[in-house]
Design a protein around this ligand. Structure first.
Ligand SMILES: N[C@@H](CCC(=O)N[C@@H](CS)C(=O)NCC(=O)O)C(=O)O
Length: 215
């Protein structure tokens, strides 16, 4: 009998939540293995003993596959479960959106991990970069239900997570983007996703413990 797949990460939402939402949506049973910082048994003491190429968190194990990199994991699962673009034009759109979402994630990391010690000072700089692109996506989603046309792809889970964590830090975030608000609601209500988000399996913390906010 095939063993249960394992997704390993810290006990935070971070880079793992989009992968978890995808797994929950397609109904794959998986073990979520939580690593900690214990000096002998924790991640940094053990990471080089796990026989994972480029060991990092998250990593994923399924049968003889054992690999890291959140993008590689979610794209592998998306291909396996038919949640990828279906033709060349859609593949281009998928890759454009992929890049935009990486930009958003980098800006989020800058704000909560890297910028100055005063989050309030840095918020306007963050919004100046994020909001114009959000506005364009809001306009795009007036005409289509998902990021790639009319069908769900893995990027929708990544974008949902980005929108959702922004609403935690900026409660009014979606008010200026009515189509993103509807989109957020649409993804949130997908089969398996709402149950997961409302469960105690969805970690309380968004970021790592060194973050200025949400850790
Ligand atoms: N590009 C990697 C980044 C992974 C990463 O930075 N992981 C952080 C948590 S979000 C970590 O603590 N990694 C453990 C390590 O560096 O050993 C990915 O997308 O998976």
């Amino acid at each position: 009998m095939a063993s249960t797949p394992v997704l390993a990460y810290w006990d935070i939402r971070g880079l793992a939540n989009p992968i978890r939402m995808l797994l929950e949506h397609v109904g794959v049973k998986y073990e979520f293995k939580v690593w900690d910082h214990e000096p002998e048994t924790g991640w940094f003491a053990q990471k080089d003993k796990l026989d994972i190429k480029f060991p990092n968190l998250p990593y994923y194990i399924e049968g003889d596959k054992k690999f890291s990199q959140s993008g590689a994991i979610i794209k592998y699962l998306a291909r396996k479960h038919g949640l990828v673009a279906k033709n060349e034009d859609d593949l281009i759109q998928q890759d454009i959106v992929d890049g935009l979402l990486q930009d958003f994630r980098n800006l989020w990391s800058w704000l909560v991990y890297v910028s100055s010690n005063d989050l309030e000072t840095d918020k306007p700089r963050y919004h100046a970069r994020v909001d114009p692109v959000m506005k364009q996506l809001d306009e795009m989603l007036d005409k289509q239900k998902f990021l790639v046309g009319d069908y769900l792809t893995y990027n929708d889970f990544i974008f949902f997570e980005i929108l959702d964590i922004n609403t935690k830090l900026f409660p009014d975030f979606l008010q200026q983007f009515p189509n993103l608000q509807k989109y957020h609601d649409r993804i949130q209500h997908l089969k398996g996703v709402q149950e997961y988000l409302q469960s105690d399996r969805n970690p309380k913390k968004i970021n790592g413990f060194v973050a200025k906010w949400g850790g």
